[in-house]
Design a protein around this ligand. Structure first.
Ligand code: S3P
Length: 457
């Protein structure tokens, strides 16, 4: 499905011109992708009417909206007096209808896994697929525990999409210890647990993002979380079959998207920018902490609460960065930010070691491998292991390469930012995946002074 925001410039190869001057200006990046997904799916499972503002209109979220429509929810985009509004009328827990056609989740792991959980808890049948990237990603991490709750799944080999789902007619509550700190797994089980009588309990090794828990609590569900009794992980307990009431959501700007202009300003000499209305949930803000530890001047201003989520404005100034050790226990709070952190590390003085990041190998692409390949091609010293990336910074980035982005928006944006400071250009082979999460990436970066070009064939 096409984005209502045109991003024609993002089709095909692209590169950034070496920045002649520092970046400057004020910008508000688009809505948080995780909260956007949840504002739609949770309201689609609630009773009543909700109005969502600040929703990310990227392909991933639009695919989620379309799938929810096929499952019977009413979702409409309207131009309101204060900007775009998304109106959702839910069908209630277990209220999904049988979709007439295959649900296409495009590039979105979050949409696929959260919907798998929601469908597992309703007695409907659905078939789901996605693009080549999503069709290669592991689904067993959700289908295996959801099967224990009573749902049935038929997948391709190794648990990959396409997959057929027969939801449980009488879902059972689950007590589950997840081997990975994954908000997608946790949220999928919570969404199925909404339909099960009794308590669903999920333990994860470290706390992953908690947007689902925050929204469910605001919608009237009884949900609690904390370190588990033996201290081995983070547990979340949900009482099933709540009265779930629709709520309006004002979606903050995505810190994972803000990460790109943030690093661009830190590494481009003479820069000073301001990024407004950024979601700063502690389970998401690990990159800000890490960049500050590297010596990055990032000032957090106007800290406030927006609909149960911490939000602030960031003032970012060009800084001389130093390499750091990024501890494994921080990984969940910045899991999507390692590609752009690797770019910051490439210009920092000394070595940056990122540990405990094995999950990056099963994101939209194998992000450890692609970052290592692209940075090496640009003349930077990198080493990788199964769950580690080590980047040795340099004051002169050579560039002069074409990097493979493999349908991965964050790989594409990271290498475009590297090009701002490289001697010769860093061309990304395909910028089109950027529309999945940040359709306005190019225009926002241009408003701060960056320039992009398409290579001459
Ligand atoms: C997300 C969770 C993370 C993250 C993804 C969005 C979410 O994935 O990488 O971009 O919205 O729940 P995992 O749950 O697999 O870690």
């Amino acid at each position: 499905m096409g984005s209502p925001l045109t991003a024609a410039g993002l089709a095909g190869p692209l590169f950034a011109l070496h920045a002649k001057a520092g970046l400057s200006g004020v910008a508000r990046p688009p809505g948080d992708k995780s909260i956007s997904h949840r504002s739609l799916i949770l309201n689609a499972m609630a009773v009543g009417h909700a109005c969502v503002t600040g929703l990310l209109e990227g392909e991933d979220v639009l695919d989620m909206a379309e799938a929810l429509r096929q499952l019977g929810a009413r979702i409409e985009r309207r131009e309101g007096n204060n900007g775009v509004e998304w109106h959702v009328d839910g069908v209630g827990i277990q209220g999904f209808l049988e979709p007439e056609n295959i649900l296409n989740m495009g590039n979105s792991g979050t949409a696929a896994r959260l919907l798998a959980g929601a469908i597992a808890g309703s007695a409907t049948f659905a078939v789901m697929t996605g693009d080549a990237s999503l069709r290669s990603r592991p689904m067993a991490r959700v289908t295996e525990p959801l099967t224990r709750m009573g749902a049935r799944f038929w997948t391709r080999s190794k648990g990959r999409l396409p997959m057929a789902i027969k939801g449980a007619t009488a879902p059972m509550a689950l007590d589950y210890t997840s081997p990975v700190a994954s908000a997608q797994v946790k949220s999928a089980l919570l969404l199925a647990g909404l339909a099960a009588p009794g308590e669903t309990r999920i333990v994860e090794p470290t706390m992953s993002r908690d947007h689902t828990e925050r929204l469910l609590s605001r919608m009237g569900a009884s949900i609690g979380s904390g370190t588990n009794s033996d201290g081995s992980g983070w547990e979340v307990c949900l009482k099933g079959q709540p009265e779930l009431t629709a709520i309006d959501v004002d979606v903050p700007a995505d810190v994972s998207s803000a990460a790109f202009p943030m690093v661009a300003a830190l590494i481009t000499p003479g820069s000073e920018i301001r990024l407004n209305h950024i979601g700063l949930n502690p389970a998401r803000a690990g990159l800000v902490t890490t960049l500050q530890e590297m010596g990055g001047e990032i000032e957090i201003m106007n800290q406030r609460d927006v609909g149960g989520e911490p939000v602030g404005d960031l003032c970012v100034r060009a800084s001389n960065l130093k390499g750091v050790f990024v501890p494994p226990e921080r990984a969940a709070s910045m899991i999507d930010e390692y590609p752009i952190l690797a770019v910051a590390a490439a210009v920092a003085e000394g070595q940056t070691t990122m540990q405990g990041i094995g999950e990056l190998r099963v994101k939209e692409s194998d992000r450890i491998a692609l970052m290592a390949q692209g940075l090496t091609a640009a003349g930077i010293k990198v080493s990788e292991s199964a769950d580690e990336l080590v980047v040795t910074g340099t004051s002169q980035i050579a560039g002069g390469c074409i990097v493979k982005t493999a349908l991965d928006h964050r790989i594409a944006m990271s290498f475009l930012i590297l090009g701002l400071v490289s001697k010769r250009s860093v061309v990304v082979d395909d910028a089109s995946p950027i529309t999945t999460s940040f359709p306005s990436f190019q225009s926002l970066m241009e408003s701060l002074g960056a320039e992009f070009r398409k290579p001459i064939k």
